[in-house]
Design a protein around this ligand. Structure first.
Ligand code: 13P
Ligand code: SF4
Length: 309
């Protein structure tokens, strides 16, 4: 496990103080970036942190849609990304033109969008969800509107997870996915269970249905941290991005965590380094902006997401 360089850590803390900045990092970030952050969490937790902070600068160590979401929620704050080129391939699998055409083909059907999407897509959305609250948000939406059919993008795997959790609701998926999670196979999980017969399998809902079927629990990244700490099990097969192993080891010290495969790495999450966190604070670079009209149109769908679950 990489050790946090005390000099750079001190430098970052000093710069954050001078800039009145808060550093928030996703659970998939490099260990040393997680360790320097004021807050770590899943997409929902970080969106809530962005909404709650009093700091005037938010340094967002994550991927682009997360920083954009922070800017939508907190438009008066300066949002910086240490590596603004860190994108999410899934978010690019459905653009605003795609969604506009899909809506036109399905008039009156509510649009539910995974937070892993662009601000322009959120602007055309009724309600956003994260992996932590997708089922609850769709349940709430269908109960309050009476809708029995929703359009759900861009992740077909999360759409499938919502559909199987809410029998009677037709969840029409967009054909997008997360390459890191979608590559996992049921055979890999079965083999890992044979090697670790006492382990519980915790999987992210971005995995394919046949993988999710083999899991003891299907959870967002922060839900996995709580689950591992609370469970009676001592060993877990972790079917999500490898950065979570660091967070799990801190959340449930003494327990054993086996990452399903070393290839479960999101390259986009790893391009942010601790040096880039320091540099962006020092030089105030990597500012994320969202055009005002898009931001205003997207705000309602994001606020509804933050409010539920
Ligand atoms: P969480 O919201 O569960 O942290 O997931 C974000 C993500 O990008 C998963 O790939
Ligand atoms: Fe996007 Fe997948 Fe990376 Fe999450 S792990 S940020 S969904 S590419």
């Amino acid at each position: 496990m990489p050790q946090l360089d005390p000099h750079i850590a001190e430098e970052i803390r000093q710069l954050a103080h001078e800039r009145d900045a808060v550093i928030i990092a996703h659970n998939y970030q490099r260990a040393e970036v997680q360790d320097i952050a004021d807050f770590t969490g899943d997409s929902l937790g970080l969106a809530r942190q962005a909404a709650a902070t009093d700091a005037s600068v938010i340094v967002f160590a994550g991927v682009h849609f997360m920083a954009e979401t922070a800017k939508i929620i907190s438009p008066t704050k300066t949002v910086l990304m240490p590596e603004p080129r860190a994108g999410c391939p899934m978010a690019d699998m459905m653009d605003a033109n795609d969604l506009a055409a899909w809506k036109a083909d399905n008039p009156g059907v509510p649009v539910v969008t995974y937070v892993n999407s662009t601000a322009a897509v959120k602007a055309l959305t009724d309600v956003c969800v994260t992996s932590a609250n997708a089922v609850e948000v769709v349940r709430h939406l269908t109960e309050t509107t009476g809708a029995r059919r929703v359009l759900f993008g861009p992740d077909r795997n999360l759409a499938n997870w919502v559909a199987r959790s809410l029998p009677g609701i037709e969840v029409v998926p967009w054909d997008g996915c997360c390459p890191t999670h979608d590559n996992v196979t049921a055979e890999q999980v079965t083999e890992a269970r044979e090697r670790h017969p006492n382990a519980e399998v915790i999987a992210h809902p971005e995995c394919r249905p046949e993988v999710v079927n083999l899991a003891h629990a299907v959870l967002s990244t922060s839900q996995m941290l709580r689950y591992a700490a609370d469970s009676d099990a001592d060993e877990f097969i972790v079917v999500t991005e490898e950065g979570l192993i660091h967070a799990l080891s801190k959340a449930a010290p003494g327990k054993r965590f086996v990452n399903l495969t070393p290839s479960m790495i999101c390259p986009n999450m790893k391009v942010t380094t601790i040096e880039k966190v320091r540099d962006c604070l020092r030089d105030m670079t990597g500012e994320i902006d969202v055009p005002a009209d898009t931001r205003e149109a997207a705000l309602g769908s994001v606020e509804r997401m933050v409010a539920i679950g």
